[in-house]
Design a binder for this molecule. Structure first.
Ligand code: C5P
Length: 235
């Protein structure tokens, strides 16, 4: 029984502003993707990492990862991504050897996830209580559902879900491999995370505590925060 991590890193990172693909932007002088590979391979459970690269830059990503090698015990594969995150993850799943029974899916855009969070997700999947496990944190903001409108137009508010029952969901999300493969084969339509595909199968998904440092680097301000977190770790 092996645990592998699939890291979708094929996004352009449009919301981050102009520049290199998001996963190749640097934090503390090191590409985000390298931080992400290190973060998941810091878990002793993870023996294989499959990086899903921009399709036009597989060789470049391979060369980059060879420049910053993972621990000896961790094998790193690089495969080409697809047009959507979902498609990219599917390409990663297709590259897994038969021996893998537990799969983590981790955004390259969450480079600073602590190893304790990775371990907690792996343990929760291996315990067998649920086929899918997500790390989650409570929300600071109140969330409202609106009727989305064009730029700048006031949007009608439709409702306010009780904040105490809401969680912001992070990665790595952990899965029984067969369940995740089935979800990718059967569930169609746009989704923003992998666990929601498993939910649509009617399979039980559980949340475990996430970590504030597992935030997603999406907008320019997130880069400022990520640099600050790294700097704090170095003192
Ligand atoms: O766009 P979003 O922030 O949801 O992207 C999350 C992760 O999915 C990022 O690591 C990004 O590189 C990856 N992704 C991908 N293939 C795509 C789109 C996004 O691997 N086509």
């Amino acid at each position: 029984a092996r645990t592998a991590a699939v890291i979708p890193a094929a996004g352009r990172g449009v919301r981050l502003g102009p520049g290199a693909p998001k996963a190749l932007r640097t934090l503390g002088g090191i590409p985000m993707l390298v931080h992400a590979v290190r973060a998941v391979s810091a878990s002793r459970a993870v023996s294989l990492v499959v990086v899903v690269a921009p399709p036009d830059d597989v060789a470049g990503v391979r060369a980059l990862l060879d420049e910053y090698p993972a621990p000896e015990r961790t094998e790193v594969l690089v495969v080409p991504g697809g047009a959507t995150r979902q498609e990219s993850v599917r390409h990663g799943l297709e590259a897994l050897p038969d021996t893998v029974t537990t799969v983590l899916v981790h955004d390259a855009a969450r480079p600073l996830v602590p190893v304790d969070t990775v371990d907690a997700v792996v343990e929760a999947v291996r315990d067998g209580g649920a086929a899918a496990v997500v790390p989650a944190v409570p929300l600071a903001d109140t969330v409202k559902e609106v009727e989305p409108a064009a730029d700048g137009t006031p949007e009608p508010v439709l409702g306010t879900p009780e904040r105490a029952r809401l969680r912001a969901v992070q990665t790595p999300q952990g899965f029984d491999r067969a369940t995740l493969v089935r979800a990718h084969a059967e569930v169609t339509g746009e989704v923003t995370d992998d666990a929601s595909m498993v939910e649509r199968l009617g399979v039980r998904v559980v949340a475990v505590p996430g970590h504030e440092e597992a935030f997603k680097v999406t907008r320019p301000l997130d880069l400022v925060l990520a640099e600050a977190v790294l700097a704090r770790r170095r003192v």
